[in-house]
Ligand binder design. Structure first.
Ligand SMILES: O=C1O[C@H](COP(=O)(O)O)[C@@H](O)[C@H](O)[C@H]1O
Length: 254
């Protein structure tokens, strides 16, 4: 397993702009190599801020947006269009402003969709969607994810995998319904660590002093059960994009 790369930016604004530029380049390169690129989106302040910066970028349309497969790493299990849904925020930040192919946008089901309020059924369906898109590049039933974006919570959660839960311990399923989350809303859908680890590149992006301890713990080799972000890594690259505050507790080399 390759060591994680850590890039520290001065503040949240420059981090979002720099991460947006990096994402545009990653998608352009993936399209050059594969024809179609694939990205797994995250919610949260930092993740959505990056999408807003992509929208605003002069380089935005270097990406052929109709040839990008969009997935989500997690979703707040709320009614369709709810402003707190990661999908709603991603559409407002970017997807509604570029020429995406609706057939290539794969949101996780809302709580008022065909699965009703059954988050476990909605999660099982998303796992089936991923399996049908799998290209058998890896030994797990998910498609090739060129880049998988993640945030990090103050207690170390990533996607919607929270500490010391059966969901962060999940070793077989690719997608789970998550219940009794400490951060509202209590019910969510999330990729599991095995699914996250199938991605070529995993980028963990976070800002603010409140994240400094979990970031330092994750980079210091914490048990993923205690700090789920510690368990997020890519097959080819794991990249931490931080601002100085979030990086503030990382031990400096002697
Ligand atoms: O609830 C969530 O929180 C995390 C982190 O969000 P942030 O605002 O602290 O960056 C986010 O990555 C996740 O997608 C979201 O569901």
């Amino acid at each position: 397993m390759s060591a994680a790369d850590v890039v520290v930016h001065d503040g949240s604004e420059v981090l979002a702009a720099a991460a947006a530029a990096r994402l545009i380049t990653r998608l352009v390169d993936a399209q050059a190599a594969h024809g179609v690129a694939s990205v797994v989106l995250t919610g949260g302040r930092t993740g959505i801020g990056v999408l807003e910066q992509v929208r605003a970028s002069a380089a935005r349309d270097a990406v052929n947006w109709s040839k990008v497969e969009f997935y989500w790493g997690d979703e707040r299990f709320l009614p369709d269009g709810d402003p707190e849904r990661n999908e709603t925020q991603a559409r407002e930040a970017l997807l509604d402003h570029v020429d995406v192919d609706p057939e290539r946008v794969h949101p996780m089901a809302p709580s008022d969709g065909k699965f009703g309020d059954d988050a476990d059924a909605a999660a099982a369906h998303y796992a089936e969607v991923l399996a049908t898109m799998a290209q058998h590049a890896t030994n797990i039933a998910v498609p090739r994810f060129d880049v998988l974006l993640l945030g990090v919570g103050e207690e170390g959660h990533t996607a919607s995998l929270f500490p010391d839960t059966p969901y962060v311990r999940e070793a077989e399923r690719t997608v789970v319904g998550v219940h009794d989350c400490p951060k509202p809303p209590p019910t969510r859908i999330s990729l599991t660590l095995p699914a996250i680890r199938a991605a070529s590149e995993v980028w963990l992006m976070t800002t603010g002093a409140a994240k400094a301890e979990p970031v330092a713990a994750a980079l210091g080799g914490a048990d993923p059960v205690d700090i789920p972000a510690a368990g997020a890594r890519g097959r080819d690259r794991t990249l931490w994009l931080l601002d100085r505050s979030a990086a503030g507790a990382i031990p400096t080399p002697a």
